[in-house]
Design a protein around this ligand. Structure first.
Ligand code: UDX
Length: 437
């Protein structure tokens, strides 16, 4: 079945969802209130860095299956299904999620809904939001009770967004009616055999919070082990490898290092704690405070390692920072551990030169005081210490010999545990990493 649908919010999630829905044959209008973004999208220009997405965007536009608009009226008239893909960032001055973009989208869309339709939330939200929005839609839409709501959380990872959307490992459908379930099963039918879990609203909302807190906990767990390894003179990389053979534990998300950042994990665990507090279940999630604290300590510890390598003070030193994005294959710098460390090092009086293959423009805008270079070699020129903070493949592949030619002193902090310590030491580098001797 080919549906007419809209995707409201054109960020990492919305653009990907819109382009993928067009790719599997639906007719899609993407909406955003940012006119410039909509103009660029309509001309086939992707405003973010995401593997394979620009190609899909262009194919969608060319086929006529996809277009973008700023008009809620056009969206309301067009769609039988409306996906909500708005951001829910951390609220200023608190841990809770700011759901104002989502509320504003519902308030703008609802008055135009004058025939039966399905509104589907995909954003990560505090549990209870779906119930509240369902009531709001019924109250504001001329079609009233004929506007159905479903919650269908999105699990895509940046860098793999297209793959994760077209080949999801599961689809979770939080629904209140059989009709909503039937429609959504038909929407995703072209994806082939995918496990579909049908739940109530709160379970669907919680699945996402639970998944992200589990992942964050796994990362902080291995980073806590890294702290103990450092104190005991052990090696966390070998430790993680040994753990990984136990398939109850598994090896994924056990990469010790600078820890997690991005637009999801940090703010999602905080919003989860805040919401649990409101519900009187705060005690259940107190461990997430520790998960957050371990993660934040990794950033400070990386600065410590840099300072130690240059003899106790960063003042007046030249520091190369490799990586600005919160993870490789992304230009996203939201809560980026790499940029945080770059700024901290600068605040201690160092001259910092940052290089990243994709996130330079975003980093420059957000942190204009830092120095920037257009290649790793240029960033490394005259450095007293090189900090590898985002594990882009091009950094993993760096030749210690070649980079050694550029720097003043061969000091390296491997913030992601991706370099071969033996090879770097053999090339005359002093090598330090988190959780290793
Ligand atoms: C995450 C979830 O994985 C995804 O399912 C959800 O939909 C959105 O949030 P994403 O933010 O794209 O996706 O990044 P992810 O790949 O999960 O990495 C998050 C952070 O953890 C990155 O900063 C990464 O560098 C860090 N990380 C990941 C580690 O430090 N160690 C690991 O072993 C894995």
């Amino acid at each position: 079945m080919r549906y007419r649908m809209t995707v409201i919010g054109s960020g990492y999630l919305g653009i990907t969802h819109a382009a993928c829905m067009a790719e599997i044959g639906h007719q899609v209008i993407g909406l955003d209130i940012d006119e410039d973004r909509v103009r660029r999208l309509n001309s086939g220009e992707l405003p973010i860095h995401e593997q394979g997405l620009e190609e899909l965007l262009r194919r969608g536009l060319a086929s006529g299956n996809l277009r973008f608009t700023t008009s809620y009226q056009e969206a309301a008239e067009f769609g039988d299904i409306h996906f909500l893909c708005l951001g829910t960032p951390q609220r200023k001055g608190g841990y809770a999620a700011d759901v104002s973009q989502l509320d504003a989208a519902v308030d703008s869309l609802a008055p135009g809904l004058n025939r039966p339709c399905l509104v589907v939330g995909k954003s990560t939200v505090p549990v209870g939001t779906a119930e509240r929005l369902a009531a709001r839609l019924r109250a504001l839409a001329p079609a009233g009770v004929d506007v159905d709501l479903a919650w269908n959380p999105e699990f895509l990872r940046e860098g793999f967004a297209v793959k994760d959307t077209l080949h999801p490992d599961r689809v979770v459908l939080g629904v209140a009616t059989e009709r909503a379930e039937t429609v959504l099963r038909e929407v995703y039918e072209p994806l082939g055999a995918v496990p579909v879990l049908v739940t109530d609203f709160p379970t669907a909302e919680l699945v996402k919070s639970a998944a992200n807190s589990f992942l964050a906990t796994k990362i902080s767990y291995i980073n806590a082990m890294a702290e103990v390894c450092e104190a005991a003179g052990a090696d966390v990389v070998r430790l993680a490898e040994a753990l990984s053979y136990d398939d109850r534990i598994g090896g994924r998300f056990l990469n010790a290092g600078l820890g997690f950042g991005g637009g999801c994990l940090p703010k999602d665990i905080r919003a989860f704690m805040a919401r649990a507090d409101e519900l009187g279940a705060g005690q259940a999630l107190t461990f997430l405070r520790e998960v957050d604290a371990i993660n934040t300590r990794r950033r400070a510890r990386t600065v410590d390692l840099a300072r130690e390598l240059v003899g106790g003070s960063l003042t007046g030193r030249t520091v190369t920072v490799l990586g600005a994005a919160f993870k490789p294959d992304s230009d996203d710098i939201r809560d980026s551990p790499a940029l945080d460390v770059a700024v901290a090092v600068e605040q201690e009086g160092a001259r910092v030169s940052v290089y990243d293959p994709a996130a330079l423009d975003n980093a420059r805008k957000a942190r204009p005081s830092l120095g920037y270079a257009t290649s790793a070699a240029e960033a490394a020129r005259g450095a007293d210490v090189v900090l590898l903070l985002t594990e882009w493949q091009e950094f993993v592949d760096l030749s210690p010999e070649e980079l050694g030619e550029a720097v003043a002193v061969r000091n390296v902090v491997d913030g992601r545990n991706v370099l071969d310590p033996a090879a770097w030491r053999a090339a005359g580098w002093r090598y330090r990493a988190l959780g290793r001797r």
